[in-house]
Design a protein around this ligand. Sequence first.
Ligand code: BDR
Ligand code: CA
Length: 333
Amino acid sequence: MLTTSNVSGPPERIIIDCDPGHDDAIAILMALAMPEALDVLGVTTVAGNASAGFTSENASIICALGRRPNVPVRRGCSRPLVRRFVDATAFHGESGLDGLPERSALASSLPAESAQHAVDFLIQTLTTASEPVTLVCLAPLTNIAMALIKAPEVAGKIKEVVFMGGARRAGGNVSPCATFNVLCDPHAAHVVIDSGLSLTVISLDATSQVIISEQVLEEMGRLKSDVARMGHRLLTYFNRRRMDVYGYSADKTTLNDPCVIAYLLDRTVFRGKPANVAVSIDSELTLGMTVVDLDRRSGRNVNALWIDEVDAPAVLRSMIDAFGRYEVRAIDT
Ligand code: BDR
Ligand code: CA
């Protein structure tokens, strides 16, 4: 079970790069609930599930809901490096966070957005950090690629990139062979995966084992805090939309981005192997496919830890536990 007792030493310093997005929102709220384990230095947003304007506004709303309105939120790139932008509003709704009736009211009460670009925030925060920082990547990798291109020296300040995306066994979720976070900006994924940074990939092979079941919804629904109520609403909407729009059965919607936070909190509930991961960028047929060499057949060097197995009940328990923490006290640092 995931508790802060699994975590020793100072909190892991992280920047969350994301595109909220229902599952991003759940992931952010999980991270904010665990300040003893995770020190969220900032949240950077990118065009992904919805436009960069919406994802940035959504991130600010989520930080305010999570009782951490002072966490810096910075809006990032508005389109992929090369490819035409294709969003995932079919899954997340026009705003990226449809199903939250208070969304518009919450958005209108936000303070003015910072003028600093996410890429500059990443560069500035990394450059001035006394210790290397972990990048929690829950979205297309455009901002991270841009930061590495604009200021390659920041690589020395990145402890690890933990990226949700890619698949081998699971195929894809937006094409027969590609997952959204890679296909949306395959060239950025190539830049980051090829960068030589310490990289952990929480693949769809793993996250697709973590299902938003009726039982999970009931457990979340039993929690009393306003934050848990929002979490319940987000998960319920996300589940229902897939059922309505895509005919998924109730037990098929997967909880993707929160797996990254669960991983940072307790790595022992995940399994993977060192591998070479390469992104297909030259073929329209396989664009965005992650080609994963687990058995050293390609002769290419290991460049990632490829996570493809997870103790799903443990991840779901960690999510419920994190949201449960909003009951007991105000989390404000
Ligand atoms: C990923 O794509 C997005 O739609 C989700 O937020 C998640 O980051 C899953 O493939
Ligand atoms: Ca996401």
